[in-house]
Design a protein around this ligand. Structure first.
Ligand code: SF4
Length: 439
């Protein structure tokens, strides 16, 4: 029976400033000491001590969730206190030869590069303060092509070499709700072991309704030796970009990533069967998702279970004047259009003013059998994804494109980058109108 430990971290001094309305990360030495002690307690409970995982002279890679380029107070990335605490703990208490921290962020407002993302998240500084031997910007490293036996979709992958080179890997996700994955925890954290190739290959390939299978497949490349969830300040709702923080003050850890994800998702108020990656990985024998078949040690689940706001993925009827026509789509475009509109909604632009200056906007994806192309005449049009070309409604989309005032296409399947790009392009339209009015 797999074992998963749940440990309360206790309140940290810096949480008061870290959370809204201040929302500013402040490092206190006493917080680092408290986090380090709680990391040790969690690992002792989960596996009986770090020596049971890390043997003398081994290299250990910490693979954090550096989701995209964002500051700590975005709550999208692993808390710098946990990075520093984990590195310092391993340096002081394990017999590791070297401790590495490495990741490759996904697409964000600035198409993901590791070096600026590590800096923005405060992760490089935290790793260095903890005494890391190497901070590894995966996208600057060599790739190794690996076959993935028994994988259903991702049968081959180019994987960053340090991920394969390390003797041990600690999977360090952040507890977050997620539009496309429902939650993002240990299994989804392997998205960072493969490169970004904009717009449609590698990291964002197989990122449609088949996202769960992708992570079950990637998990087969290499299992984590320990999965350790940062649940100090979690994220609920419209994660990973515009969710809201929840102070959970928890660590959850174990050696079976599927079981850790199952327990963490359950703690977040989800049923484990709702999480595609967990469901598929468990069904394929990669781990345990049945809460009753997992030995939960430390704090009982019932004492910490909190029902997170669920992510809403439907982009239709969200913003007046921004018409989303999606009749035959999968979540690859559906959820990511929603993500783009969620970001636009918090951009500070007044929607009424946007409507007056820019006029109606149309966003299309997939098959749109009931589209009337004339709706789009003289309007700005955004067309997401590749598959609209393969539906019988292709002619309607092409006619709409010929009638539109402007056309912006987002190629790819899935075009995950529209999360950031659609928001940026809507803002650019507005700013252009403002600049024209000012001339
Ligand atoms: S292009 Fe089509 S199949 Fe691909 S992600 Fe978009 S809706 Fe799904």
């Amino acid at each position: 029976m797999p074992k998963v430990a749940i440990v309360r971290t206790g309140k940290l001094k810096g949480n008061a400033e870290f959370l809204p309305p201040t929302a500013k990360f402040v490092r206190y030495e006493e917080d680092i000491q408290q986090v380090k002690a709680k990391i040790e307690e969690t690992i002792n409970l989960a596996v009986g001590g770090i020596d049971n995982i890390v043997k003398p002279g081994e290299t250990v890679l910490i693979k954090p969730n550096l989701a995209f380029q964002a500051p700590p107070e975005s709550y999208s990335v692993v808390d710098p206190r946990v990075i520093e605490g984990m590195v310092a703990f391993l340096k002081e208490k394990s017999k590791a030869k070297e401790v590495w921290v490495g990741d490759n962020p996904s697409l964000g407002q600035h198409v993901g590069r590791a070096r600026p993302a590590f800096d923005a998240a405060g992760m490089r500084a935290a790793a260095e303060r903890g005494g890391a031997d190497r901070v590894i910007y995966f996208d600057e490293e060599e790739l190794v092509e690996v076959e993935i036996p028994d994988a259903k979709l991702y049968r081959k992958a180019k994987v960053f070499k340090p991920f394969l080179d390390a003797d041990r890997v600690i999977n360090l996700p952040k507890m977050k709700a997620h539009l496309a994955g429902t939650v993002t925890l240990g299994l989804k954290n392997w998205n960072g072991i493969i490169p970004n190739e904009h717009p449609s290959k590698e990291q964002q390939d197989v990122h449609r309704i088949d996202l769960g299978q992708k992570f079950a497949d990637l998990y087969r490349v290499r299992k984590a030796d320990l999965t350790f969830v940062d649940g100090i300040i979690a994220m609920e709702g419209q994660g990973p970009h515009v969710g809201t923080p929840v102070e959970m003050n928890l660590f959850i850890a174990g050696t079976d990533t599927v079981a850790v994800d199952a327990v963490a998702a359950y703690v977040m108020g989800f049923e484990t069967i709702e999480i595609a990656a967990v469901r598929i990985a468990a069904t394929e024998g990669l781990g345990e998702r049945d809460i009753n078949k997992i030995e939960v040690v430390g704090t009982p689940i019932a004492e910490v279970r909190h029902f997170f706001k669920r992510p809403m993925i439907d982009p239709t009827g969200l913003i007046p004047g921004i018409h989303v026509v999606v009749q035959q789509t999968c979540p690859g475009c559906f959820a990511n259009i929603r993500g783009g509109l969620d970001l636009f909604n918090v951009s500070g632009i007044d929607v009424k003013d946007f409507n007056e200056k820019v006029g109606d906007v149309y966003v299309l994806a997939g098959g749109v059998p009931d589209l009337i192309p004339e709706w789009v005449e003289g309007k700005h049009l955004f067309v997401a994804g590749d598959c609209w070309k393969y539906f019988p409604s292709r002619d309607k989309v092409e006619k709409a494109m010929s009638l539109a005032k402007s056309v912006t296409e987002y190629p790819g399947c899935a075009p995950v980058y529209i999360f950031a790009q659609l928001n940026g392009d809507l803002q650019a339209l507005y700013n252009k109108e403002l600049a024209t009015a000012a001339d």
